[in-house]
Design a protein around this ligand. Structure first.
Ligand SMILES: Cc1cc2nc3c(=O)[nH]c(=O)nc-3n(C[C@H](O)[C@H](O)[C@H](O)COP(=O)(O)O)c2cc1C
Ligand code: SF4
Ligand code: SF4
Length: 294
């Protein structure tokens, strides 16, 4: 019996979860961006774990592309774990749905509450569309979440170690239900977020894919010293250095790694993030994140 744990992570929350599970299950830890160049992902492992963050109440676009590439999905024991900041909603169900479309089955799906790493509206009416701040929570609250994770790790381990099936954790969230029922993400939601990012054009991409264009909202300020860490950390090679400064290429995953890990805090999103406290999971080092692409 062999296990492979695939993960995607911008600020380390999902990396810690994946790493802890791999350690406990004696599984192999594999970063999803490192296998995305392959046309199809073939594996002899009998169990596959997929660990990733919740993005806008759904699975990130890269996870969708990743699942589409896995060979022989129907013959594996598959479990998923999503990390989230406020509410996981139905993310695990969406993972199940895409696995089912390849004749596979999500045997178990878990949710793990972690510190949020996104931006939130700051409700400044003047210039509203660019007034976003980093979502910060107190260190004590962060510690509580980390302790809760270590407790939950044991129960996930016991479940997947014995190849049990039948748990798909979701949280019924009226807001998310309403948004999906009224297709708000595909209409006003998409327009709103792209406007926030300063994207002026039009796109036919579905909402989750349209997030690739959200990088119009990033810029560097005069603290940038051209170190190139943002280029190295980006999991999807979406940053080029031009004249020693980052230029975003519009196929972004919105993982926020570039902004959160820039050592000079020189990357901003919109016009109110410059004083926001950057976040990454304290057990994760920059060098761990660089492993992502190897
Ligand atoms: C683009 C984006 C969208 C997000 N949307 C949600 C969301 O809808 N619900 C939620 O609870 N957390 C949301 N988050 C927070 C992350 O899911 C959470 O902080 C996660 O643990 C980050 O994992 P990572 O450190 O592995 O990247 C979002 C984060 C990003 C970057
Ligand atoms: S990581 Fe920050 S300081 Fe380094 S090049 Fe990128 S923006 Fe500039
Ligand atoms: S550009 Fe930044 S936010 Fe976009 S995928 Fe790369 S690191 Fe993540």
């Amino acid at each position: 019996m062999s296990t492979e744990i695939y993960y995607f992570s911008g600020t380390g929350n999902s990396l810690v979860v994946a790493r802890d599970i791999a350690e406990k299950t004696n599984g192999k830890l594999i970063s999803i961006p490192s296998v995305m160049d392959k046309e199809s992902i073939k594996t002899d492992a009998d169990a596959i774990g997929i660990v990733f963050p919740v993005y806008h109440g759904d699975i990130p676009f890269i996870i969708r592309r990743f699942v589409n590439k896995i060979d022989n999905l129907d013959k594996k024991y598959i479990f998923g774990v999503c990390t989230y900041g406020n509410s996981p909603g139905f993310t695990i169900k969406y993972l199940d749905k895409i696995i089912k479309s390849h004749d596979g089955k999500l045997a178990a799906g878990f949710t793990v509450n972690m510190p949020p790493n996104y931006i939130i509206p700051s409700f400044v009416l003047k210039d509203f569309f660019k007034s976003f701040v980093l979502h910060e929570i107190a260190i004590e609250k962060q510690q509580e979440l980390f302790i809760n994770w270590k407790k939950k790790l044991q129960s996930i381990y016991e479940f997947v170690h014995t190849r049990k099936e039948g748990v798909l954790e979701t949280k019924t969230d009226i807001k998310i239900l309403l948004v999906h029922f009224l297709h708000l993400r595909e209409t006003s939601g998409k327009t709103f977020w792209l406007k926030v990012a300063g994207f002026e054009g039009d796109t036919n991409l579905p909402f989750q894919e349209s997030l690739q264009l959200m990088d119009w909202g990033f810029r560097y300020d005069d603290k940038c010293n051209g170190c190139g860490i943002c280029l190295k950390i980006c999991p999807v090679k979406n940053i080029k250095m031009v004249d020693g400064k980052p230029v975003w290429q519009h196929h972004c995953e919105q993982c926020f790694a570039c902004l959160q890990w820039c050592p000079k805090e020189a990357i901003q999103f919109g016009n109110r993030t410059s004083h926001g406290k950057r976040y990454h999971h304290p057990e994760v080092k920059l060098s761990d994140m660089m492993m992502v692409k190897k």
